[in-house]
Design a protein around this ligand. Sequence first.
Ligand SMILES: Cc1ncc(COP(=O)(O)O)c(C=O)c1O
Length: 373
Amino acid sequence: MKLFDVYPLFDINIVRGKACHVWDEQGTEYLDLYGGHAVISIGHSHPHYVEMISKQVAQLGFYSNSVINKLQRTLAERLGKVCGYDDYQLFLINSGAEANENALKLASFHNGRTRVVSFGKAFHGRTSLAVEVTDNPKIIAPINDNGHTTYLPLNDTEAMQAELRKGDVCAVIIEGIQGIGGIRVPDPSFMQALREECTRTGTVLILDEIQSGYGRSGRFFAHQYTGIRPDIITVAKGIGNGFPMGGVLISPMFAPVYGQLGTTFGGNHLACAAALAVLDVIEGEGLMENAAIVGNYLLDELKKLPGLKEVRGQGLMIGIEFDSPIKELRSRLLHEQKVFTGVSGTNVIRLLPPLCLTMDEADQFLERLSKVL
Ligand SMILES: Cc1ncc(COP(=O)(O)O)c(C=O)c1O
């Protein structure tokens, strides 16, 4: 059997990782400014993470959600404290798209409505509702195209207010910082107006922090720079440092109903062990603070480089926009300078490194980037 060929691949086989570095099968070392697509939060193969997962799998890898799982309860308590949402409830699943599916379902169960407002360039996943609220017609199959979504321009307060005042919008879904859309940070004033309008119109506010959350922006959630509290927050990627996991943080205004949501694998023992190890390291090694310090340094230094159109972002979630396509530049960064980076559209390089990136590694990246500019 052949693989279903949907990924345009680099001809590189990564076989080993350590902190912010990965190695291919020939032993070539790469600096990882991509974090496997924002997934590696605490660094590759962190010893504490390896130990926690190894111990857990030796003891019990999985049992179903029909029995008590104390690891889930510990994770909910720890996460609530670290992120500042102690009073919220946690529902665990396996991926980002699944987190957004469940968030949208909950919103619709809550207010009985079916329309969703999303924003230009938004990405929320590839499953049915998640893809329907994603602003990319190429990945919305006819079966997913059910007319639930109205896309509005990001940061357009008047358009948002006009739409929500129709009184029939179930939910607004918005990324803490748009990732795939090219690292676009919503204006705090827009977010505050959005919060107010959602409350006034009974619309559920869903913050997708799947890429921008878990400390990446320098705060636990990117929206925490704006001073608002959403009704539902979705997380994935960094939560398990590569172990597949997603979570929905649910405000106390939602009462749980037996059987309304459910999953076979979500919140399994191994995933919880991974997520607890991640929180240990984020807290113990001050990785949020590190993301803020090293991220701000990178943002400042990148802005000094010639030939860049715009540098934007927060913490270690950075977009570097050029006037022309960056395909060749990114390829030279990878093949000549041995640096992995991400991309958005044709003209934006995305930096999403592990949150343990050091100042020295940031300097190495700046030096290697300068060589290919
Ligand atoms: C903001 C955002 N939401 C949702 C998703 C979907 O997550 P997953 O690929 O785990 O389903 C992604 C993935 O890139 C994302 O960046």
